[in-house]
Design a protein around this ligand. Structure first.
Ligand code: GTP
Ligand code: MG
Length: 114
């Protein structure tokens, strides 16, 4: 299963991936950081899920995640439109669109959209 994470910088995309997998795979930003952390698209493939309670990997279940560059950070070398194009190109090139199970859109909790 492939999940694509999109949303503003520091909305918790990388943290979401790590939380679901039960271990640190994607690099998370520090809370006090002013800058986006994920600065290029990262594909995490065929990763097993770790059960945090007994520290064991769950059998017969692997997940794929695409972690994307956060939107809305002017310190990043790409504009939001360029990031959207990069994500689109990545999806078309490395995976097939019909393999996507969900696009997960995260928002910052203080966003007016919430
Ligand atoms: N309190 C709280 N903090 C969170 C939550 N999710 C993420 N964080 C913190 O928010 C900060 C940013 O999280 P990231 O996962 O790096 O955010 P991101 O969307 O990947 O950011 P970019 O890579 O910059 O686009 C980190 O310090 C996380 O620990 C949450 O649900 N609650
Ligand atoms: Mg990130």
């Amino acid at each position: 299963m492939l999940f694509v994470l999109v949303g503003p910088t520091r909305s918790g995309k990388s943290t979401f991936i790590n939380t679901v997998l039960g271990r640190d795979v994607a690099i998370e930003g520090r809370v006090e950081s002013c800058y986006s952390t994920t600065r290029s698209i990262a594909n995490y493939k065929n990763l097993e899920i770790k059960d945090g309670e007994n520290n064991e990997y769950l059998p017969n279940m692997t997940l794929n995640f695409m972690d994307t560059i956060g939107l809305g950070d002017t310190s990043v070398e790409y504009t939001d439109e360029e990031i959207q194009e990069l994500v689109k190109a990545e999806l078309m090139e490395k995976t097939k669109c019909d393999q996507i199970n969900a696009v997960i859109i995260l928002e910052n909790p203080n966003s007016p959209a919430i």
